[in-house]
Write a protein that binds this ligand. Structure first.
Ligand code: HDE
Length: 696
């Protein structure tokens, strides 16, 4: 047997010496999971330099075994997520509505963890499919964890939890072929929903731009289900929870989403990370819509039906708090992946309603987490642990971490000293409404109107938003291979709105419609402008990203002026050049690029600027990526700033005679820069859209 020698690699890295010389690892020494200092992390233990690997290499076996088990089952829905830590602070006391301790005092801050997610795709899928976004918040309150597990759309596809597995199976990749990944545009989804009239309202939202958000920082959030607030006197009121992003809600255009997914599949995750990293902390107002239990009976729908929303015009939102996301996770797996939200995690003062969708959710989350997180003790994982004391007599189980002391693991007991006891101050449920005495499997008559609010949504949109809904239906149904499904869906659209149905039929090139008889004829409700993203878009570029494409020979003072103007508005400027090394400016100084042109298409930016010199144009005019950069920005209705010499490139991109009010020539005067910023604040040049895209 040849003696075991330290290898050259180990000598080079200086990693440790002979094992027996070490008592324990010092702070920077690599060790095994048992604390043994590793002497060589480059070579496995072999019988001779070219011999087979030895089974006794426990360091190799431990490392590979751990690696083999690094993955845990991904969430069956909401698998792809991005997390952040933050704080919540009420803006006023809500003591008249709820006894929840974290909502009493505007001076009190509560720690939170938030996870945003897509729903249908796997953990490694892209960030910008057409999909609902999850918006789940864990409040670590002094009375225990409160989880508000919401979405960015206020309603849901189904009314009863028993349909959830069917819904999810229909939207997920088809079981025989394993595709499509994270896309609703396929037969099984549309087959299912076209047989579910209750899905129509949610479908309108999912086909709208809400389903392709610009950023997690710019989505609204909704608790969806109706909850109840209960105050110290035991008075109970219905409540809908809302989040409103301080930056305003914004979306991308479908063609942008498609291109962003190719260019940066982590677009939203990166955006959230970078914003927090640069201390541009995302903020959201926490709002409630409160309805007395008697007043709920006067609404023209059932407050327990999760396919309905309460228009803000009927019951205004009251802003009651502010959420600030101010810290990125230290470890994606430990926190974002292992966090376990559960709608049943409530605190005294917040209670459930009898919404049958919520009631089913109350079972599902803990159940799924038992298998996803490998047993009963995942509440001990740091991201899930309450920040207030947690003590009871639950014991043992897989991966128990706490080490409970003493002989008593039961209650009542006389041997446990002052161990945990129940308390009068603890959680009590306040029942609501009448609990039926019969056991029935029926859907309440009050849940029957499936079309009025779908129509309300369409009627509340602006023209461009309606066009996008028509295009989205046409795209998705165009991907459906079975004509009968398309016909059935058109039957539903005809009930929702004639123009919607006509637009989609025209885009599909068909007149064939399967007529559908609604259970209840829809009513025309007054439009709700609050549902339109375009109507309430704030005139701001705060939190946005402006891209400037530079050529060599450009006047550096123009770049400086642009940066100053953009940063003064709270936006970020990204310098894009053909080469990552940057450009040589007119005064011969060098300006490095933030990103190379090939890696930074204009879809990454909210508005763009083209600054070139006459001599420098030749760098870009034969570069397809530069021409696409310009054409896409135009097609995506963005403001384009340009220096006079850059006109040549605009002409090369075929836009020479198309300079509308969104093209701003930057001549070095502050006036032109101000005009550019003002135009950016309009978000999109909507009038341009009819020139670049037909409806559907
Ligand atoms: Fe969920 N949902 N859901 N859901 N849900 C899950 O729990 C479920 C529903 C939502 O970032 C699962 O731990 C049922 C509505 C979010 O970790 C699972 C029903 C809303 C997240 C589950 C619904 C949501 C989930 C999968 C119908 C908006 C991600 C992994 C009755 C209010 C949380 C997990 C995170 C996750 C079940 C409907 C939001 C399977 C049965 C409505 C944001 O338990």
């Amino acid at each position: 047997m040849s003696p075991i020698k330290r290898t050259n690699a180990a000598k080079e890295t200086g990693a440790g010496g002979e094992l027996h010389q070490r008592a324990k690892a010092s702070s920077n020494e690599l060790t095994t999971n048992q604390g043994i200092v590793v002497s060589d992390n480059q070579n496995s233990l072999k019988a001779g330099p070219r011999g087979p690997t030895l089974l006794e290499d426990f360091m190799l076996r431990e490392k590979i075994t751990h690696f083999d088990h690094e993955r845990i089952p991904e969430r069956i829905v909401h698998a792809r997520g991005s997390g952040a830590h933050g704080v919540f602070r009420p803006t006023k006391s809500l003591s008249h509505l709820t006894r929840a301790a974290f909502l009493q005092d505007p001076k009190k801050e509560t720690e939170v963890f938030v996870r945003f997610s897509t729903v249908a795709g796997g953990a490694g899928s892209v960030d910008l499919p057409r999909d609902v976004r999850g918006f789940a918040v864990k409040f670590y309150t002094e009375e225990g964890n409160f989880d508000l597990v919401g979405n960015n759309i206020p309603v849901f596809f189904i009314q009863d939890a028993v349909k959830f597995p069917d819904l999810v199976h229909s939207v997920k990749m088809e079981p025989d072929r394993g595709f499509p990944q994270n896309a609703s545009a396929h037969d099984t989804f549309w087959d299912f929903v076209s047989l579910m009239p209750e899905s129509m309202h949610m479908l309108m939202w999912v086909m709208s731009d809400r389903a392709i958000p610009r950023s997690f920082r710019m989505i609204e959030g909704f608790g969806v289900n109706t909850f109840r607030l209960v105050n110290e006197r035991g008075e109970s009121r219905f409540v809908k929870f809302h989040w409103r992003p301080v930056l305003g809600a914004a979306s991308v255009i479908w063609d942008e989403a498609v291109k962003i997914n190719g260019a940066d599949q982590d677009f939203h995750r990166r955006d959230l990370w970078e914003a927090i990293d640069k201390s541009n902390f995302p903020e959201y107002d926490f709002c409630v819509q409160v309805v007395d239990e008697e007043a709920a009976g006067e609404l023209d729908f059932d407050i327990l039906d999760a396919t309905k929303l309460i228009p803000e015009e009927t019951v205004p939102l009251e802003v009651v708090g502010r959420l600030t996301l101010n810290r990125n996770p230290d470890n994606f797996f430990a926190e974002t992946e292992q966090v376990a939200f559960h709608p049943a995690n409530i605190v005294p003062g917040i209670e459930f309603s009898d919404d049958p969708l919520l009631q089913g959710r109350l079972f599902s989350y803990l159940d799924t987490q038992l298998s996803r997180l490998g047993g009963a003790n995942f509440h001990e994982i740091p991201v899930n642990r309450p920040r207030c004391p947690m003590r009871n007599f639950q014991r043992d189980g897989m991966r128990r971490i706490d080490v409970p002391k003493g002989r008593v693991a039961y209650e009542p007991n006389s041997l446990g000293g002052d161990g945990p006891r129940e308390s009068q101050e603890g959680f009590v449920t306040h029942p609501t409404g009448d609990i039926g005495s019969e056991k029935v499997r029926i859907r309440s008559e009050t849940f029957k109107d499936h079309y009025s609010q779908a129509r309300l949504f369409f009627n509340s949109m602006t023209e461009p938003e309606r066009r996008h809904i028509v295009s989205a239906f046409a795209f998705e149904l165009g991907k459906v291979e079975t004509p009968a499904i398309r016909k059935r869906m058109l039957g539903h659209l005809a009930i929702i709105d004639k123009a919607l149905c006509a637009g989609v039929s025209k885009a599909l090139g068909t007149n064939e419609i399967d007529p559908i008889k609604p259970a209840i004829e829809p009513r025309d409700l007054a439009p709700s402008p609050a549902l339109s993203l375009v109507q309430k878009a704030p005139a701001t570029i705060k939190g946005r990203k402006i891209g400037v494409l530079l050529s060599n020979g450009v006047d550096g003072s123009l770049v400086k002026q642009l940066r100053k103007a953009v940063e003064a508005e709270g936006a970020v400027l990204a310098v894009v050049c053909r080469k990552i090394s940057g450009v040589v400016l007119a005064d011969k100084s060098k300006l490095p690029a933030d990103q190379a042109l090939s890696a930074a298409p204009s879809v990454f930016f909210d508005a763009v600027v083209l600054l070139t010199s006459e001599a420098g144009n030749s760098d870009l005019q034969d570069e397809a990526a530069a021409i696409d950069w310009i054409r896409d920005a135009y097609g995506h209705l963005k403001t384009l700033g340009f220096s006079q010499p850059a006109y040549e490139l605009l002409a090369k991109a075929g836009l020479g005679d198309r300079l509308d009010e969104g093209f701003i020539k930057l001549d070095g005067n502050q006036g032109s820069m101000d005009r550019f910023i003002e135009s950016c604040k309009r978000q999109r040049i909507w009038d341009r859209e009819s020139l670049v895209r037909g409806a559907g």
